[in-house]
Design a protein around this ligand. Structure first.
Ligand code: GLN
Length: 295
């Protein structure tokens, strides 16, 4: 296997690494190589192009090799870098947070569309994000809703620390609070909007997930119990109690779960209909919304 050696240029190291990642069958070898070389050399993507002819020192080559070995062992680039972009926001990650997925932006979109239909996005709003992890969904919403206040909950205190750091770094900390509890257990009514991307993978399916997910995302952020729906059974009735009349619950769901989740919402007294299901870019029904009835 071609090694990354001191004295090679940044361009050569990037191409060598991309070839190594491609040979290992990884999905996006070119992009991964750019991000990893950039991380090792502390250059952004523009800097990489500008300094393509700079030579790697011994330490640079060693540092890059360590990153390459981690990626080849199945660690996702986002975990190696410690950050991931979501809704245009840069989020810090930790071992206790899920890596935010582009699919989850579907939840943000559906929630914002609902709020837009209900009037001005600049009105006062109360939002809760149940199982907030890195804070991704809550912070994306707060970044779009200048007079909204939000609370993110998580059973992981370490995740809450990451979420709080993200809120600070994004200048949203004065409108975001974080509470250690299971879903909405410690929250009091009323909320205009409740969102959640809970664990929804059936327990026995976890070992079939890609190594990037199964070995690196926190298991309790993935594991939805026997049929994958345990979290919805817990959080939907809580959310139904906490919403204002006319308020919305928007949740992410796994493949094939939208119908079952809509049924759980209806059983909790919420109004769910087919208009409240939104597909992600891969065409999978990914976000489900239901409304608290007005009376
Ligand atoms: N979207 C993740 C996956 O399929 C699962 C996240 C979750 O359970 N909420 O890899």
């Amino acid at each position: 296997m071609t090694e990354i050696v001191a004295g090679a240029t940044i361009d050569t190291a990037r191409r060598t690494l991309a070839a190594r990642l491609a040979a290992a069958g990884l999905d996006s070898p070119e992009l991964d190589a750019r991000l990893l070389v950039g991380h090792a050399m502390q250059l952004d993507l523009t800097g990489l192009v500008m300094h393509g002819q700079r030579q790697l020192s011994q330490e640079d080559a060693q540092r890059l090799d360590v990153l390459a070995v981690r990626r080849l062992a199945g660690e996702p680039v986002a975990r190696i870098l410690g950050t991931r972009e979501f809704w245009g926001l840069e989020l810090q990650l930790s071992a206790d947070t899920l890596v935010p997925r582009p699919d989850t932006e579907t939840v943000v979109e559906l929630a914002l569309e609902h709020l837009t239909a209900g009037g001005d996005l600049k009105r006062r709003l109360r939002i809760a994000d149940l199982g907030t992890g890195s804070g991704a969904i809550l912070l994306a919403l707060l970044s779009e809703l200048p007079r909204a206040y939000g609370v993110g909950t998580d059973i992981s205190v370490a995740a809450l620390e990451t979420a709080r750091d993200n809120a600070r770094a994004l200048g949203l900390a004065d409108r975001a609070g974080f509470v250690a509890c299971s879903f909405a257990a410690a929250l009091q009514a009323p909320f205009d909007l409740i969102v959640s991307n809970p664990p929804y993978i059936p327990s026995t399916d976890i070992e079939d997930l890609a190594i990037e997910v199964r070995a690196h995302d926190p298991r309790r952020a993935l594991d939805g119990g026997g049929d994958g729906l345990d979290a919805y059974r817990a959080l939907i009735p809580q959310a139904a109690r906490l919403l204002q009349p006319g308020g919305a619950l928007v949740v992410e769901v796994g493949v094939g779960q939208s119908g079952d989740v809509a049924t759980l919402m209806t059983e909790a007294g919420l109004a769910a209909d087919s208009a409240g299901v939104r597909a992600d870019l891969g065409g999978i029904s990914r976000a489900v919304m239901a409304l608290k009835k007005v009376r």
